[in-house]
Design a binder for this molecule. Structure first.
Ligand code: 13P
Ligand code: SF4
Length: 304
């Protein structure tokens, strides 16, 4: 089967079986072309809540599929490739954070959405990279424990200096690889290019950025900008999508190492197998986890 034949077959089966396909912006073009919706973590959560179909297939990583299940427990939720986890989401578990909470009892626990469903059950509010600053600013308490990404947390702390933000040493192993030396090399190679960076990158990288934002915000900025050259400081697929969508502009990855193997794990064949019932993983969460984890995701959507 060619890629086009497989895409046509997926569209046919998904219509017959009433399946909604959600794809994170880091997915490959052949997947985003057949998705009902593509976007950043925040917009995927909003779509998960409003999707009309009885089944949702997530093309992304495990915490994203869990978020869909938490928001729509009555739906059948599938993760296209069961091996697609997010290493950052696995870094901190419930027991660790319960211990930290005992040390800081009066702190509001703000969890980046890149956390497990189990950990979300003991947090106060979730945030995504696009909503973290505005949500933290709106929280009534002054003391915040921000988990797990210390780079995003440091960025939020600088934007919201009125809050006392405590960070732990977690983060995205892919974005955290990029250094100030990579920025210098990219800027030397492309002196006229604007630097657009995801807040999961280190503070030394964010310091030199012309724009800091989520995957969707970076895409929007580049599409709407009058500039014509951009260095893209997030997973390499965003530079690929932008080059395709805006052929009159130039997009350069900030580093060749900005490749997330977990986001890349899902193939069109996985999507085909998941919709046709021979692959994917059914996401199953117990009712108590859904109920407790939902509170902090609902709060994020309410404040976001
Ligand atoms: P976004 O919130 O920008 O979609 O980022 C999700 C993610 O996993 C980035 O690495
Ligand atoms: Fe997780 Fe980083 Fe991959 Fe995003 S890029 S899914 S945060 S490992």
């Amino acid at each position: 089967m060619t890629v086009h034949e497989m895409q046509r077959e997926i569209l046919k089966i998904k219509a017959e079986k009433d399946i909604c396909i959600l794809a994170h912006s880091y997915q490959s073009r052949e997947i985003t072309e057949i998705a009902d919706f593509t976007g950043d973590s925040y917009s995927l959560s909003v779509q998960a809540k409003s999707a009309k179909q009885s089944t949702v297939l997530m093309c992304g990583v495990r915490f994203m599929a869990e978020t869909v299940k938490i928001l729509s427990p009555q739906k059948t939720v599938l993760l296209a490739n069961p091996s697609a986890g997010c290493p950052m989401a696995e870094q901190m578990d419930k027991e660790l954070i319960e211990g930290v909470k005992r040390q800081y009892p009066d702190y509001t626990v703000v969890a980046y959405i890149n956390t497990t469903a189990e950990l979300k059950t003991i947090c106060d509010v979730c945030v995504t990279s696009s909503s973290a600053v505005s949500i933290v600013r709106k929280l009534p308490g002054e003391n915040i424990l921000f988990i797990p990404d210390c780079n995003l947390g440091d960025y939020v702390a600088k934007q919201v200096p009125e809050k006392n933000i405590k960070l732990l040493r977690g983060g995205c192993p892919i974005h955290a690889r990029v250094t100030a030396a990579d920025v210098e090399a990219a800027k030397t190679a492309h002196p006229r290019a604007k630097l657009l960076v995801h807040p999961e990158c280190r503070p030394e990288v964010l310091k030199s950025a012309d724009f800091v934002g989520s995957t969707s915000a970076i895409e929007k900025y580049a599409r709407e900008s009058e500039d014509s050259e951009f260095i893209i400081g997030t997973e390499i697929s965003i530079a690929h999508h932008l080059s395709y969508d805006s052929p009159d502009k130039r997009f350069y990855p900030l580093s060749k190492d900005l490749i997330c193997p977990n986001m890349k794990a899902t193939s069109l064949v996985d999507v085909y197998r998941a919709v046709s019932g021979t692959g994917g993983e059914l996401i199953d969460l117990d009712a108590e986890t859904v109920c407790k984890a939902r509170r902090c995701i609902d709060k994020m959507i309410e404040l976001g």
